[in-house]
Design a protein around this ligand. Structure first.
Ligand code: ADP
Ligand code: XUL
Length: 549
């Protein structure tokens, strides 16, 4: 039998460079966690003056960016923290997750700085002048509607672009962001020698050279042919000139990006042989971390964004949702829906109605009945992706609610609910919307199993409202597992199945910390289905009236 064991007494390091923080998880070769650390951007790097890790530009509708240098300095702080806890010399491989879609623009000549770092200095001191754009557009941005429409038009329509790249054009996707930069600042575009995603950017820092964009995260750009797993000439041409040379070649997620740069060997005592495995997007790495390997499984990530994802062998790209290549399978695909109004909107309602406390928020959840006596809310603190609706809160009370049929129910718009009902309307609204769009997108429903991850999955009341849930691994754990997978593929000289690595370890280790929660009672589930239909009727009307598609 093939030996899929990992080297004893070695560590695998996974990072998660996300919107609000940089996290790290260190696993041993039995996949036990030996260290976990977090650098919170707003509080630990206050000189960047970010709120939730981002800048919201008041002068341009929907423009949301993050200072690129913040991510570099966060890596300095993280490595200093971990250096005190673990022997970096034992790390066999490193990988990471980046928030998807965010992009970094390297000025002409930057490669020479990147490849000759001085170990006596912090990274942040050496990268101050290398970016042609100092503020990276990120996934929360929605300023590129015009570019989206032009790109769709140029490739023959929204469905055509989706069939080719896995998604119609979305404002936060990197292709429309690049086109906007090319249109509004052509001189800056021309001074840019390389464009990285957050994931390939962080990998580039670690190898001291330009790391490839991985095929999965690359599918979040509206540029990659998802079936061929190569850049699509048609999509490149629809976006900006000379783009292919600025992107480099995409690489599979399990490939080696390179050896860790001598900077880290000298400054932090990493081994010369430490491999950097391609970084990927945070959602793809959550898929890996949750060991999602059956088409009937669904995972819900409740982080800054809320996402729902699963896997399939036969993707059907549509006008809603996304298809990406599966990061731990050479042929399969992952399917995903993404909501912008996740944790930050829950925090907003908590702050307005629940004394800024999750305890009060949870008490309100417990005080209010399921179905909320027919009170329905649509809460968009940020311009939403799904459905595409602008900032605004909309509340309705359903009269004649029996739970048996949609027909008798009549909704009345109101300005506000009592505080406990606001909290329940928000949580139920988010999950009802997810369920409706999961069904509409053709994802498995009901799922065989549902696994929750991300910051808010620590909240039992929120999980309770999901009715049937498993918890709770994270994207940085997924990255550490992918580091181990990449190490193994390298040792075996080619791709080996991801499962072969953890099969016999699952029973014994921290990977087995998933928690099963019983499904909700079936009468309630069908009553929710009725409310969901009504909710979708209202949502469709709101989109007709206020949407920009
Ligand atoms: P990301 O990786 O996208 O930065 P995380 O998965 O780390 O996000 O989640 C961060 C979010 O988790 C915070 O914005 C916070 O609102 C939410 N969160 C943390 N603890 C709780 C809790 N007990 N109840 C609800 N939400 C929580
Ligand atoms: C996915 C998306 C978000 C970010 C959050 O399409 O935009 O989930 O990846 O980090």
């Amino acid at each position: 039998m093939a030996d899929f064991s990992l080297p004893q007494d070695s560590f695998f390091l996974g990072f998660d460079s996300s919107t609000q923080s940089l996290k790290a998880t260190v696993l041993d070769s039995n996949f036990n966690t030996v260290a976990a650390e977090l650098v919170h951007f707003d509080s630990e790097l206050p000189h960047y003056k970010t709120k939730d890790g981002v800048y919201r530009d008041p002068s341009v509708y929907g423009r949301i960016v993050s200072p690129t240098l913040l991510w570099v300095e966060a890596l300095d702080i993280m490595l200093d923290k971990l250096f005190k806890k673990i022997d970096f010399g034992k790390v066999a491989a490193v990988s990471g997750s980046g928030q998807q879609h965010g992009s970094v623009y390297w000025k002409n000549g930057s490669l020479s700085i990147l490849s000759s770092l001085d170990p006596k200095k912090q990274l942040v001191e050496q990268f101050a002048e290398v970016f042609s754009i100092k503020e990276s557009p990120i996934w929360m941005d929605s300023s590129t509607t015009e570019q989206c429409r032009k790109i769709e038009e140029a490739v023959g329509g929204a469905q055509e672009l989706s069939s080719l790249t896995g998604s119609r054009a979305y404002e936060r996707f990197t292709g429309p962001q690049i086109r906007r930069i090319y249109e509004t600042q052509p001189e800056v575009y021309n001074q840019t020698e390389r464009i990285s995603l957050v994931s390939s950017f962080m990998a580039s820092l670690l190898i001291g050279g330009y790391a490839s964009i991985d095929e999965t995260d690359g599918a979040g750009m509206n540029l990659l042919d998802i079936k061929q797993r190569t850049w699509s000439k048609k999509a490149l041409d629809a976006t900006a000139p000379s783009l292919e040379e600025k992107l480099g070649k995409p690489a599979p997620a399990y490939a080696v990006a390179g050896f860790i740069a001598s900077y880290f060997v000298e400054r932090y005592k990493f081994s010369n042989n430490c491999l950097v495995i391609q970084w990927s997007g945070d959602n793809p790495n959550s898929l890996a971390g949750l060991t999602l390997n059956t088409p009937g499984d669904l995972a819900i990530s409740l982080g800054t964004s809320d996402t729902v994802f699963g896997i399939t062998d036969e993707p059907q790209p549509r006008l809603e949702g996304h298809v990406f290549p599966n990061p731990v399978d050479t042929k399969g695909f992952m399917v995903m829906l993404c909501y912008k109004n996740g944790s930050l909107t829950r925090e907003d309602i908590r702050n307005q109605y629940a004394e800024k406390s999750w305890d009060v928020f949870n008490r309100f959840m417990q005080q209010t009945p399921p179905l909320n006596d027919g009170k329905l809310g649509f809460y968009y603190k940020e311009h939403e992706i799904l459905p595409p609706l602008p900032v605004g809160y909309h509340r309705y009370i359903l009269k004649n609610f029996t739970g048996d049929t949609v027909d008798d129910m009549v909704e009345h718009e109101v300005n506000e609910f009592d505080a406990p009902s606001e909290v329940r309307a928000l949580v139920e609204g988010q999950f009802l919307s997810m369920r409706a769009h999961v069904e509409r997108f053709g994802m498995p429903f009901p799922p065989r199993r549902l696994i929750a991850t991300g910051g808010a999955s620590a909240n039992d009341c929120i999980l309770g409202s999901l009715a049937s849930i498993f918890g709770c691994d994270s994207a940085s754990l997924g990255a550490a597992l992918r580091a181990a997978h990449g190490w193994l593929c390298n040792a075996k000289g080619g791709f080996v199945p991801f499962e072969s690595m953890y099969k016999d370890k699952l029973e014994k280790t921290s990977l087995n910390s998933k928690l099963s929660v019983e499904a909700g009672d079936s009468t309630l589930v069908s009553k929710y289905a009725i409310v969901m239909k009504k909710r979708m009727e209202i949502e469709n009307r709101l989109v007709e009236k206020l949407g920009r598609w």
